[in-house]
Design a protein around this ligand. Structure first.
Ligand code: PGA
Length: 236
C-alpha cells in the first residue's frame, strides 16, 4: 500500500514569524502515520526549511517557472527551489489556472522543470461546478491530465481538487471522489499518489482518506493551524 501524503498549501498566508512558528509546532508534534509536507510562500521557504531540517516533514513551493534562469522578473526556478530545500512543488493549482491564466501546456513545462531538478511536482486538476453539473467532469480532468503530465514522467503526484470544493466548505461526497480517483488511477498507473483537495478538514478527513485510490490530501484552510493539520494527518 502507498503511504499517504498530507500536504499543507499555505497559499498567500502567514507572516514569516507565523510560518516559522507553525513549522516549529509541526516539527514538535509530527506523526509518522503519513508523509507530511508544507508549502509556504516563496520568501518564507528559507526560514521554514531551517526549521524542518530536523526531519519528518518535507517542504514544497506553490509554483515554479517554466524557465531555468535569466530575465524572468518575479519568477522562481525549480533549481532554486531544490537549492532552498524543497522536495515538492505544486503546479497547475486552479487558483493559478484561474488568476494567472495558466494552461495545461505551461503546467506540463513546469512539471518537467521540477522533474529535471529533482523535485516531485504535485500536478493539480479539477472541474468547475458547471462542468460537473453538465456531466463533463471526467472529460475535463482527463484532458487536464493528458496535457499537464510530462511525457514519460514517473515521480509525480496528482491532486484532484474539484474547484467548487476549494475554500467553500463544500466537500465532494465519498462516492464522487471514489469514482473520480478510480478514473484518474486508470490514467496514471499504480505508483502515483493521487491526493484529494477541497475543504478537507479534521471532521471529514478520515472518510475521504479511507476512500479507495485516495492516497492523501492537499489541504488549504485547515493547514494553517498545527492542530487541524495534524488532526487530518492522524486520521489516516
Ligand atoms: P481548501 O484548499 O482546503 O482551503 O479548500 C485546498 C487547496 O486549494 O489546495
Amino acid at each position: 500500500m502507498i503511504k499517504k501524503l498530507i500536504v499543507g498549501n499555505w497559499k498567500m498566508n502567514l507572516s514569516v514569524t507565523e510560518a516559522s512558528a507553525l513549522a516549529q509546532q509541526l516539527v514538535n508534534d509530527v506523526t509518522d502515520v503519513a508523509d507530511l509536507a508544507v508549502c509556504p510562500v516563496f520568501p518564507h521557504l528559507g526560514a521554514v526549511s531551517d526549521i524542518l531540517k530536523v526531519g519528518g516533514i518535507s517542504m514544497g513551493a506553490q509554483d515554479c517557472s517554466t524557465q531555468d534562469n535569466g530575465a524572468f522578473t518575479g519568477q522562481v526556478s525549480a533549481e532554486m527551489l531544490n537549492d532552498v530545500g524543497c522536495t515538492y512543488v505544486i503546479v497547475g493549482h486552479s487558483e493559478r489556472r484561474q488568476h494567472n491564466s495558466e494552461t495545461s501546456g505551461q503546467v506540463a513545462k513546469k512539471a518537467q522543470k521540477a522533474l529535471d531538478n529533482g523535485l516531485s511536482p504535485i500536478i493539480c486538476v479539477g472541474e468547475t461546478l458547471e462542468q460537473r453539473e453538465s456531466g463533463k467532469e471526467k472529460d475535463v480532468v482527463g484532458f487536464q491530465l493528458a496535457q499537464s503530465i510530462p511525457e514519460g514522467a514517473m515521480d509525480y503526484v496528482v491532486a484532484y481538487e474539484p474547484i467548487w470544493a476549494i475554500g467553500t466548505g463544500k466537500v465532494a461526497n465519498a462516492e464522487d471522489v471514489a469514482e473520480m480517483h478510480a478514473f484518474i488511477r486508470t490514467q496514471v498507473g499504480a505508483s502515483v499518489r493521487i491526493l484529494y483537495g477541497g475543504s478537507m478538514k479534521p471532521d471529514n478527513a478520515s472518510e475521504l482518506l479511507a476512500t479507495q485510490n485516495v492516497d492523501g490530501g492537499l489541504i488549504g484552510g485547515a493547514s494553517l493551524t498545527a492542530e487541524s493539520f495534524l488532526a487530518i494527518a492522524k486520521s489516516v
